[in-house]
Design a protein around this ligand. Structure first.
Ligand SMILES: C[S@@+](CC[C@H](N)C(=O)[O-])C[C@H]1O[C@@H](n2cnc3c(N)ncnc32)[C@H](O)[C@@H]1O
Length: 262
């Protein structure tokens, strides 16, 4: 389908990967208590997968399994399939292992630079992990190369309108939020020669204050700012929090993508 070289994880990009992995590893033990949107999205994605596949897949690869929310759905939807679950955080991977035991096999792997010795998957699935890719288009292309003929790559990731309220509060004050840039749904970065489709769902997550929202991202392990982000001073941060003293809505623009194999 595509022929994209796996990039060398050098310099800043490699440092960012290590920070993302460390951040999720540090919070893995509490992740299931804090996650609210993630179980919902994993459930919605599993429903989409079940509706899209007319025959049960024999081999499944999951990217960014975390503690195994989507993996559990995949295991119960397809009890006979070989299930390979992967994550960039070794501690998250151990959490998934606690949940699924011998039902799956486990690989510590960066999903956007997958092990090229893997392949022949009838289903590749990923829930809310690919928003951490540095090169989404390249990552999708490299993963699509691991599909068997007729296989499907089905994922949920975040679109550009995610956390619009939080971005707006920063921009009004002339500040930049630490959020990572997410792709616009109007120009989703499909690799060349990949005919994918997307559906979009906006989920509104309510927090008692802006501080509680910022805290929730950190508690999930998702607090690692975008590369090159200059942190706000405490005084600037207090200014950002002001409009959210009586509540903070965080909109997740969830992009459900589906790609057919060669
Ligand atoms: C928000 S959690 C989602 C976990 C799980 N899929 C869920 O729905 O709860 C994001 C996960 O993606 C993993 N992750 C981040 N970047 C990754 C990458 N480049 N390759 C593989 N996993 C990655 C993190 O370690 C973390 O476990």
């Amino acid at each position: 389908m595509s022929n994209v070289d796996v990039p060398e994880p050098l310099g800043a990009a490699a440092g960012m990967k290590e920070r993302i992995s460390a951040s999720f590893s540090a919070r893995a033990a509490d992740y299931d208590h804090v996650a609210s949107v993630q179980p919902w999205v994993a459930h919605r994605l599993a429903t989409r997968i079940a509706a899209a596949l007319s025959t049960p897949p024999k081999r499944i690869l999951e990217i960014g399994c975390g503690t195994g929310l989507l993996s559990t759905h995949l295991a119960s939807l397809y009890p006979l399939a070989e299930l390979v679950v992967t994550d960039i955080s070794p501690v998250m991977l151990e959490r998934a292992r606690l949940r699924l035991g011998s039902r799956a096999s486990y690989r510590h792997m960066d999903g956007e630079a997958p092990d090229t010795t893997l392949g022949g998957f009838d289903l590749i699935a990923s829930s809310l992990a690919m928003q951490w890719f540095a090169d989404l288009r390249g990552g999708i292309a490299r993963l699509a190369d691991l599909l068997s003929p007729g296989g499907r790559f089905v994922f949920a990731t975040l679109g550009a309108e995610s956390f619009a309220e939080w971005r707006a509060a920063h921009e009004t004050l002339g500040f930049r939020p630490g959020l990572h840039p997410y792709p616009s749904v109007d120009s989703f970065p499909w690799p060349e020669h990949c005919a994918g489709t997307i559906e979009v769902e906006t989920i509104r997550d309510h927090h008692v204050t802006g501080h509680a929202f910022a805290r929730s991202l950190k508690d999930l392990g998702a607090g690692q700012p975008a590369p090159g982000h200059k942190p706000l001073t405490p005084a600037q941060f207090r200014q950002v929090l002001k409009p959210f003293q009586a509540g903070c809505t965080a909109s997740y623009q969830v992009v459900y993508g589906m790609l057919h194999g060669p």
